[in-house]
Ligand binder design. Structure first.
Ligand SMILES: Nc1ncnc2c1ncn2[C@@H]1O[C@H](COP(=O)(O)OP(=O)(O)OP(=O)(O)O)[C@@H](O)[C@H]1O
Ligand SMILES: [Mg+2]
Length: 296
């Protein structure tokens, strides 16, 4: 569904250049429900905006289904945004029109694409648990309810891919669970591919795979060790998310991997290290004596 290779995004502001993505690789299968985690400023929203067609990549490859997002022209990009992908913004105000009712909000994207289907709009609001509130104005709804309207809106045009930037960022943990369950249902029942960006590690147990981004690169992947394990059930005592997600360092096509900064710091490795291969292990150590090789 998604294939990014060597994806680069550079923001230019005056004379300053920010490299938000520096050659990122990511691949997502159709029907997968996965999460992207990473510190603030690591490039999560940048990646999601590019996948959503809201921003253009600077270089590299990015393919979503049949769409090449580096080459697509503006006209096709509008079509892509309207038909292929649903988007839930980090800032809820961008998702919603406060002076309209929940139902009118869901119908809005349908009208833009000339396919108003009131029955389906009502159905979506029912699915997200807002059947009784669909005629309320958005400003009369709570934050969590508004977030659920945002989900319904993002699905109005039956996208194949749903991108959600911090969808549970501003709701309590119970509402967060409700939202994740809604995502899981759409994933299972409609076969929707879902990519969720989050700070919240506790969401990790609710998705099939977690990819960590560090400094604009995918660094680590956490993959469910036992795919038959039902992660929608609460963990039993003594069981932790680490026990069910196995961590892998990401190695790119040309063999590069990212060593966590803490490791480098702990061993005071600067810009050079020695690497030994002993037949079944690769050992990276601090060079014995290289002048000027100091960490920052
Ligand atoms: N429009 C922009 N112009 C210039 N720099 C930008 C722009 N958008 C983002 N950046 C920079 O790119 C980097 C990545 O930002 P991004 O918004 O993708 O981070 P994020 O991982 O989503 O962070 P957060 O968790 O805080 O939302 C940051 O250093 C940010 O300052
Ligand atoms: Mg962000």
């Amino acid at each position: 569904m998604i294939q990014c290779e060597g994806l680069v995004k550079i923001y230019k502001a005056d004379d300053l250049e920010v490299v938000a993505l520096q050659g990122l690789n990511l691949s997502v299968k159709p029907g997968e429900m996965m999460a992207i985690i990473g510190n603030s400023g690591s490039g999560k929203s940048t990646l999601l905006n590019i996948l959503g067609g809201l921003d253009r990549p600077s270089a590299g490859q990015v393919q979503v289904g049949p769409w090449n997002l580096l080459k697509v022209d503006d006209k096709d990009l509008v079509k892509y945004k309207r038909d292929t992908v649903g988007f839930i913004w980090q800032n809820n105000a961008r998702n919603l029109l406060p002076f309209l009712t929940a139902l009118e909000n869901v119908e809005m994207p349908m009208m833009f694409s000339g396919k108003l289907d009131r029955a389906y709009a009502k159905q979506l609001l029912d699915w997200v648990g807002l059947k009784e509130r669909m005629h309320n104005k958005l400003q009369q709804l709570s934050g969590g309810e508004q977030q659920r309207v945002a989900i319904a809106i993002s699905l109005a045009n039956k996208p194949q891919l749903l991108l959600a930037d911090e969808p549970t960022g501003s709701v309590d943990s119970r509402t967060s669970d409700v939202i994740m369950d809604i995502f899981r249902r759409f994933n299972r029942e409609l076969g929707l591919t879902i990519v969720i960006v989050t700070h919240d590690l506790s969401l990790a147990g609710k998705v099939d795979r977690v990819v960590a981004i560090r400094d604009g690169l995918t660094s680590t992947e956490f993959i469910k060790r036992n795919p038959n394990l039902d992660l929608s059930k609460p963990l039993s005592e003594g069981q932790s998310a680490e026990e069910i997600h196995e961590a892998f360092v990401v190695v790119d096509r040309v063999g590069r991997l990212q060593i966590p900064k803490e490791y480098l710091k702990a061993l005071t490795i600067g810009d050079k290290a020695t690497m030994e291969f002993d037949g079944d292990k690769i050992v990276i150590t601090k060079p014995k004596s290289i002048e000027g090789d100091q960490p920052e």
